[in-house]
Design a protein around this ligand. Structure first.
Ligand code: 4NP
Length: 161
């Protein structure tokens, strides 16, 4: 059974699709595409069906040479069962996700993305939507750091079980 990761932000057009695509890039480089699957979602319904934000895609292409794939969807309760680990981009996303799990039985699956950073000390992935291009570039750098830490965490966990 593949291990399944879900990245969650507010709109699912900037931060979480970047995290999903960066993680897929690292997973492919590590030859683990068969065993780790990624998806992303937004806590809001604002952009359902939209492709990733152009400014975010431009930053991903400039910094990493990758294309951002996917269409926005909203986080749903069934995701708690579907995924092994759920990564929230900021504190508000984290709380909104947990508020959908009244029974608290899936609490242990939900983490803050920045908890996996090793170089950055930021606690949240800043929302770049209303800012300039610098913010989008920073999101990419921060997510590379977090995704590297996350991949290390998952692979070390899998070899222990
Ligand atoms: P994301 O960015 O949560 O990283 O996808 C945002 C996208 C849209 C909005 C806010 C943040 N919005 O308010 O429409």
């Amino acid at each position: 059974m593949p291990y399944k990761l879900l990245f969650v932000c507010l709109g699912n057009i900037c931060r979480s699709p970047s995290a999903e695509n960066i993680m897929n890039h690292l997973i492919a480089q590590a030859n683990l595409s068969e065993s780790i699957l990624c998806d992303s979602a937004g806590t809001s319904s604002y952009h359902i069906g939209s492709p990733p934000d152009r400014r975010m895609s431009a930053a991903a292409t400039t910094k990493l040479g990758i294309q951002l794939r996917g269409r926005a969807r909203q986080f749903q309760k069934s995701d708690f069962q579907e995924f092994d680990v759920i990564l929230a981009m900021d504190q508000e996303n984290y709380e909104n996700i947990l508020s959908l799990d009244r029974s608290q039985q899936f609490d242990h699956k939900v983490h803050l993305m920045c908890d996996f950073c090793s170089r950055y000390t930021l606690k949240e992935v800043p929302d770049p939507y209303y800012g300039g291009s610098e913010g989008f570039h920073e999101v990419i750098d921060l997510l590379v750091d977090a995704c590297e830490g996350l991949l290390e965490y998952i692979t070390s966990q899998k070899t222990r079980t």
